[in-house]
Design a protein around this ligand. Sequence first.
Ligand code: ADP
Ligand code: MG
Length: 297
Amino acid sequence: MSIELTSITKTYGAQKAVDSVTFSAQKGQIVGFLGPNGAGKSTTMKILTGYLKPTEGTVFVNGVDVVTNPVEAQKKIGYLPEHNPLYLDMYVREYLQFRASVYHVEKSAVTDVIEKVGLTAEAHKKIKQLSKGYRQRVGLAAAILHNPEVLILDEPTTGLDPNQLVEIRQLIKELGKDKTVLLSTHIMQEVEAVCDRVILINKGVLVVDKTLEELKTSEKQVIQVTFDYKIEEQFIKQLPNISYFKNTSENNWTLEFESTEDMRPKIFDFAQENGLKILGLHSENKNLENLFQELTK
Ligand code: ADP
Ligand code: MG
């Protein structure tokens, strides 16, 4: 495993910002770290990169203990912090050369990285002359200079316009092919666009850890239906793919289906076959988007 967090807790005074979080990730994975503002994403990432000590728990990056050996671990980690701190008065190439010297990386790496992130045409410009999207590229370039195996990107797309968003996401996907990437975001759609796995954190607690594939198949269809008669459970049980049902009041039922197919026509058929009339029908999908909305209310 290239990233391994076990029972990580971080308290600030009386507040638990991160509460016993455990997860791991391996090479080739782009993991979306999703959560509303204040969920504990940045705190977890700072712990993962060795810039903050956890109150409890252990962190390993490529087998190196980040808490006891942060310098060694940081050689394996590229980190783009939340607000991408840059020296605005420096030229792009000059800044990256400076970062290369900090990392003890050959200067030739700078040209390679500039090309890789698509900064060749801007390399001679001052960072302050660049748009937000290009500044993010500088941040990404700095993060990958020492060719780390793990990339920790804290909200890399926040504040970008739609075109820049597409470009940076593409770049991250490209970089993620031979690295482990943990990318935080509070945008659900971003996870679908870039990641192959999602970890959802809320109030410091990990609530979902699934691959995108698992999420798609775990979608549930919830249908509220009102018949014109009170009917027996044994009838309801005969509905295809039904996974849960509840008689919420007299003629009202909440039905859940494990199916990606729209079950409403099936319910109409069922009603007709049993001589029932449908007085009301309401359908919703319970997916990650709904869960996220419930959490962020
Ligand atoms: P996120 O990145 O998901 O928005 P953070 O990890 O930044 O969340 O913050 C999690 C919680 O911890 C928030 O309630 C935040 O106010 C609090 N917090 C973060 N940093 C500090 C700090 N240095 N001192 C005190 N509280 C903090
Ligand atoms: Mg944050």
